[in-house]
Design a protein around this ligand. Structure first.
Ligand code: AMP
Length: 419
């Protein structure tokens, strides 16, 4: 038998209802905040991700699904959405009439990471991105929107961690101080951190290798190196979050894995998921639109790990799979013909109906209705055909009512609308 690819998964009925519910709550909240949906392809030219995410990141170095197509062009299954949204914003000149744009997008991402609980090779994200707003108020508003989503989903075990990564003015000074600190401890760093010390020393700050964590414990903090503008920006973000009653913690180690971030960066952490505790992450990326060929444009966004969110929301939920409203148990050809018509008419009336199409006995049809957890069974056999009344049985209470066969669909609709 051919099995799933490792790190990929099916989302089956019973679980998918939860995904639909989360998605619909997110959509309606984001749209209330003025975000518009954008749908982008799942594959792009490799260069887009290599340039935006950064050559010296885990994602680009080790995790992308990249392959040449039949003409030899290098393509990549998207490991994240921001680069594509930025490409689209630039390509369609969406900055021209109104540079301020808010987008959200929901879909699968692909990273060839080591699979484990909460970490997949195809996973899903809910992304939101804002272009053209430099003000720190939008940073706070975005985090507020994210916190509101968790609240609406009744997820309480979450906290925002925030940090500032500075800007091209102040980051070089910090990088130099960090590199000096790391140079003194180079022998205690892992091979990745050693190798990246020149190109991407910031990554050593959130390296998970225990010896690196220990060696980096007294590392200089970016917050001590922020320029006056970055400092003021960060103060306003913090002050606004306090005003909005969003609980947060300043986390000076939070640097995140992508090169394009600047200033405010944040993650939402939860205690409900064990090791994979980040359920969302994001930040400002003011230089990216320019870097990918667009005009100078401020931007900020976040990505929620949908799989992880669904896992938390689903922790205390029973099976959500929708049950049929009615199972029609029909005996005899004439009754089965009627059952087929009723089935279609009731389905389009929003009363989800199932029928046995194999001409089985009443007993096995009742068994089938039970297996499907149908709420009602409509019985129509020879007796019912003769008396002109079918029997509607409530499977929970065992109560039965007679429903005239003539005009049955209207009769059932009447009964259901009165419930
Ligand atoms: P990132 O794009 O790396 O900032 O990730 C944003 C969010 O996506 C994380 O906080 C996770 O919740 C989720 N995420 C990232 N990688 C994976 C993965 N391999 N499997 C499941 N969720 C992931």
């Amino acid at each position: 038998m051919i099995q799933l690819i490792r790190g990929f998964k099916d989302i089956l009925p019973g679980e998918v209802e939860l995904w639909q519910e989360i998605e619909s709550i997110a959509r309606s909240l984001f749209e209330d905040f003025g975000f518009k949906e954008i749908r982008i392809p799942i594959m792009e030219r490799t260069e887009l991700f290599a340039r935006s995410i950064g050559e010296n990141t885990d994602i680009v170095e080790k995790e992308m699904y990249t392959f040449p197509d039949r003409k030899g062009e290098l393509l990549t299954l998207r490991p994240e959405a921001t680069a594509s949204v930025v490409r689209s914003y630039i390509q369609h000149k969406m900055y021209a009439d109104n540079p301020v744009r808010k987008f959200y997008t929901i879909g699968p991402m692909f990273r060839r990471e080591r699979p484990q609980k909460g970490r997949y090779r195809q996973f899903y994200q809910i992304n939101a991105e804002v272009f053209g707003v430099a003000s720190p108020y939008i940073d706070a508003q975005l985090i507020f929107m994210l916190a509101t989503l968790f609240e609406r989903l009744a997820v309480t075990d979450v906290k925002a961690h925030i940090n500032s990564l500075g800007c091209p003015q102040c980051r070089p000074g910090f990088k130099a101080a960090l590199l000096e600190y790391m140079t003194d401890r180079m022998d205690r760093l892992c091979s990745d951190c050693k190798r990246r010390s020149d190109t991407n020393p910031l990554r050593a700050l959130d390296c998970k290798v225990p010896t690196c964590r220990e060696a980096m414990s007294d590392a200089p903090s970016l917050l001590d190196h922020l320029c006056a503008d970055c400092k003021a920006h960060f103060e306003t973000v913090k002050g606004s979050l306090e005003k909005l009653h969003v609980p947060f913690e300043v986390d000076k180690r939070l640097v995140r894995g992508l090169d394009y971030y600047s200033r405010t960066t944040f993650e939402i952490l939860t205690g409900s998921l064990g090791a994979q505790s980040a359920v969302a992450g994001g930040g400002r990326y003011d230089g990216l639109v320019r870097m990918l060929g667009g005009p100078e444009t401020s931007a900020i966004g976040f990505a929620i790990g949908f799989d992880r969110l669904a896992e938390i929301v689903g922790l205390n939920r029973a099976d959500l799979e929708k049950k049929p409203d009615i199972f029609i148990a029909a005996l005899g050809e004439a009754a089965q013909e009627l059952a087929f018509d009723w089935n279609c008419a009731l389905d389009i009336a929003g009363i989800q109906t199932e029928t046995d199409m194999a001409g089985r006995s009443l007993k096995s049809q009742m068994k089938q209705a039970n297996r499907m957890n149908a709420k009602y069974v409509l019985i129509v056999g020879e007796n019912e055909m003769a008396t002109g009344e079918a029997v509607l049985r409530n499977m929970a209470t065992k109560e039965q009512v007679a429903v005239p066969i003539a005009g049955l669909v209207e009769g059932i609709k009447g009964i259901f609308s009165a419930m």
